[in-house]
Each structure stands twice: as C-alpha cells, then as structure tokens.
Ligand binder design. Structure first.
Ligand code: HEM
Length: 463
C-alpha cells in the first residue's frame, strides 16, 4: 500500500470512528441537512445508511425527521396501523391534482376505495390486459423499425401512457387527453423539484410559479377527464376498463361514487401507473445495453422456451432469468425511490423516539445498494437472485413496491408490463447508446433519466 493510500485509509478510519461516535452526520446550524440533500439526495441517504445506525435523526431547518435504514424497522413502519403513520406533508401539496385518490387519501375512505379497486388488479384481470401491452409494444416496434435514433425514455413513456389509457378507458378516445396527462405528470414532477429546493411548508393558494403551473395542469386534466366521465355516464355503455368498474361500484348502502371521486381515482392511476413503469424500463434497457453477457443469456433463455415467438403472459413462469433481470432492475432503479410517512403519535422506531408529527423516510435506493445486504451492490447481476444470500436476506432489504396495507396496488401489473416489453424489445432489436450518451439519474418524484436516453436501434430479424 502506498503512503498516500495509507494516509487516505488512516483518514477514512478516523472519520468512520468519529461518525460511529455520532448518531447522525452534523448538519448546518440553521438549515440542518438541507444543503446535503440539495447537493445529492441519493448519495446523502446512502452515506447515512452506510455510516450511521438503523434510524438516523436528521433535520430540515429546526424540524426533525428520521431516516429508517434497518429492514426490520422498515417493515414495522410499513405494516403498522395506517392511522399511526400517514402519508407525508408533501403529498398534501399535490392534493389538488390527486384529490382523494388511492395514493393520497387516508382512513376509512381510503380503506373503502382500496377494497373497491383491488379486484381490478387481480391476476385474471391483469392477465387480460397483457394483450394491451403486446399491442402497444408492437406499435413501438413499428416506430423503431423506421429510424435508428430514438429516445428510449420518451418512447417508453408514450407506451406506458398508451397502456394505462387503454386499461382505464378502453373504447374511449382520449385523444387530446394524452397531452393533458403528460402536462399533469410534468406539473407534479416540477412541483416536487421546486419544492425540494427549500422544503418549505406549502401554502396552496400562494401564487408561486410551481403552484400556478400545477393549478393550470389540474384544470386541463379536469376538463378532459370529466368530459370522458360525463360521456360514459350519458351513454350508459360499460367496457372492460377501470372507468366502468368505478362508475358501477356501489358501497354497502348502494351509494355510487361521485364524478369527483371517479376523477380522483382515474387521475391517480394515470399518474402513478405510467411514469414509474417507464422509468424502470428505461433503466432496464440501459443495463441490458451495457451488459452484453446478460442480454445474450436472456435471449438464449427466450429462444429455448419460446423458439421464434415473443413472450406472452402464459410463458412468464417458464422464463426465470427474465424474472431475475426485472427484479435486479427494480433493485438498482426503484422508480419511486423513497417512501415517507408522518407519525400521528409519539412512538418508538427501534430505540429511537419519533415525536408526533415527525416525518419518517425509508429510502429504497440506499437500502437496495447497501453492502450490508448485497455483494458488489452497484453491479447489475441478475443471478444474485438465485443465491443463498438472496434467499436469506431480510425481507425489507428489497421493497421497490413498498409493503403492508399501502403497498403498490399496481405492482403485478408493472412487473408483467416490464417483462413483456423488455423481453420483446431485446428479442427484436440490437440496441446501443448513442455515442457520448451518458444518462444520469435525476431524483425527481421518480428516478427519471435527467436528459432522456438516446439509443440506436437495429432490427435483428424481419418478422
Ligand atoms: C415500476 C412501477 C411502479 C413502482 C416502482 C411503484 C411503486 C409504488 C410505491 C413504492 C408505492 C407506495 C407509496 C407509498 O407508500 O407512499 C406505490 C403506491 C401506489 N401505486 Fe405504484 N408503482 C409502480 C407502478 C404502478 C402502476 C402500474 C400502478 C397502477 C396502474 C400503480 C398504482 C399505485 C397506487 C394507486 C398506489 C397507492 C396505493 C395505496 O396507497 O393504496 N403503481 N407504488
């Protein structure tokens, strides 16, 4: 070891010893940990996970919050009674967009809505939508056959938007709705990005630019969605889609949902269900493009099982490597990369007292890339999921879709979509990044690639 290396190692050891004596990294006297979070949110949470304890007390200005790193404690928070840990304040700020949809509602209303919507995500229903996934992927392949240079992130966002629109409103022409929904998604992302600059409390009626943009996006979305709801109510027609399920749903007293409640659930599904999946698949393509070994192994599994067909939903149980690839993508790129909750009463999380009203954060990015749970954690190695270590891993060392009563209702749908789309694209195309393209992760509301992802695509065979 060179002298420089010895000195560096010595400095590192003493800094670790110093950190071990603290329970959290020192924050700025006034801003707390805001500057660290603004500089590099993911890097900061990863450092806290690596160098500090199971629960790290942090602060924004004088307001304390807690980063929970230990999988058993994450599980305890996520499985606690949902009235003890409610959705974070930031969600209230985007309430004008999501209303009382599943993602943002609480209490008995949320429980009733969740029970009502759950059947739509049962396996038989999801499998029926595989057809929609296949058709939307075919349209993308046609587009990719016409030109070599493409933005994979933009294209996959369009595909997932297409899929989610057809599953929510099959048969209705959402036409101009596409632009409104994309504007809404952008409005919500931008709102979060601006809010994250200062993490100040949000006063919804103040005319800050981000709030004005959000309100404009809400007006656009409302115009489109209410028009679709009114047309469907007027025609009395019902289809095999979520709008029909919501319009016909009645509670125990026979009360049906108001147009406002139907709108809130549809907008929530639209926004929760398209960007997250597009982000995951974009990073999936990126890893496949960067790893010819994994791509070749995946192609040979598909060739052995499917011969010359594309994967269909019935084939998925016979494609274990495809399953591992998607699992590994969701480990390295959990699109919704952290989960927040607010404690409604003072409680203990492990040995730490969390005061009533304090935020608790669980960061999938930090836990999924931790050496405590994974060998060579930043490497893309799908085979790791077929090892003893993976089988013995604590359950919540991997939680891309959260867990407990408020887990992702669309998880199985998202996995099906990712497997069918990535499998099909890799079968048909040789894909490489455009020269000089270095996509970077932008921790906005989701882990989107900051400047898109430009790729070159070439058809491998002509069918
Ligand atoms: C790769 C794709 C996806 C990822 C990584 C993801 C992740 C998540 C996570 C982590 C949560 C929990 C948030 C929290 O507790 O604060 C969540 C909730 C939710 N997700 Fe997903 N999601 C994905 C796809 C989808 C899809 C396709 C849909 C619908 C079509 C969807 C609909 C929802 C809804 C409605 C909730 C709220 C559930 C509730 O609170 O009852 N998600 N998602």
């Amino acid at each position: 070891m060179s002298v420089v290396e010895q000195q560096a190692r010595g400095a590192e050891t003493s800094s670790l010893a110093l950190r071990a004596a603290l329970d959290a990294p020192p924050g700025h006297w006034f801003f707390g940990h805001l500057p660290d979070m603004k500089r590099d949110l993911l890097g900061f949470f990863s450092m806290c996970e690596r160098d500090f304890g199971p629960v790290v007390p942090l602060r924004l200005y004088a307001v304390p919050f807690y980063l929970v790193n230990d999988p058993a404690l994450i599980q305890a928070v996520l499985f606690a009674d949902p009235s003890k840990f409610v959705k974070p304040t930031a969600f209230k700020a985007v309430k004008p967009m999501f209303g009382d949809g599943l993602l943002t509602s609480e209490g008995s209303f949320w429980r009733k809505q969740r029970a009502l919507i759950q059947p739509f995500f049962h396996k038989q229903c999801i499998d029926r939508y595989a057809d929609v996934v296949v058709r939307s992927t075919a349209a993308l392949m046609e587009q990719w056959s016409l030109a070599e240079s493409q933005d994979a992130y933009e294209d996959l966002s369009n595909v997932t938007l297409d899929i989610v629109s057809r599953t929510l409103f099959s048969g209705s022409d959402i036409g101009e709705g596409r632009a409104a929904v994309l504007g809404a998604a952008r409005g919500v992302q931008d709102f979060f990005l601006r809010w994250r600059r200062h993490y100040m409390p949000v006063i919804p009626w103040l005319p800050f630019p981000a709030q004005l943009q959000l309100r404009r996006a809400v007006r656009e979305v409302d115009r489109v969605i209410y028009k679709l709801i009114d047309a469907r109510r007027a025609s009395g027609e019902r289809g095999n889609d979520m709008m029909s399920l919501l319009l016909d749903a009645a509670d125990a007293e026979g009360q049906t949902m108001s147009s406002r409640a139907v709108r809130d659930e549809l907008v929530t599904m639209f926004l929760a269900g398209h960007e997250t999946s597009a982000v995951a698949m974009s990073w999936g393509l990126y890893e496949l493009v960067s790893s010819p070994r994994v791509t070749a192994k995946l192609r040979s599994e598909m060739a052995a099982v499917l011969s010359d067909r594309d994967p269909a939903v019935e084939d998925l149980p016979r494609l274990p490597y495809l399953d591992q690839v998607v699992k590994e993508v969701m480990r390295l790129y959990p699109s919704a990369y952290n989960i927040g909750r607010v404690a409604t009463e003072t409680c203990k999380v492990g040995d730490t007292t969390v005061r009533r009203g304090a935020n608790v954060i669980m960061c999938q990015w930090a836990v999924h890339r931790s050496r405590r749970h994974y060998d060579d954690p930043d490497a893309f190695v799908p085979e790791r999921w077929d090892t003893e270590r993976a089988r013995k891993m604590p359950k919540f060392a991997y939680f891309p879709f959260s867990g407990g009563p408020r887990n992702c209702i669309g998880a199985q749908f998202a996995l099906l979509e990712a497997k069918l789309i990535l499998g099909t694209l890799i079968r048909h195309f040789d894909i490489e990044l455009e020269p000089g393209e270095r996509p970077t992760v932008d921790a906005a509301l989701t882990l989107r690639p900051s400047l898109g992802m430009r790729v070159r695509v070439r058809r491998r065979f002509s069918s």
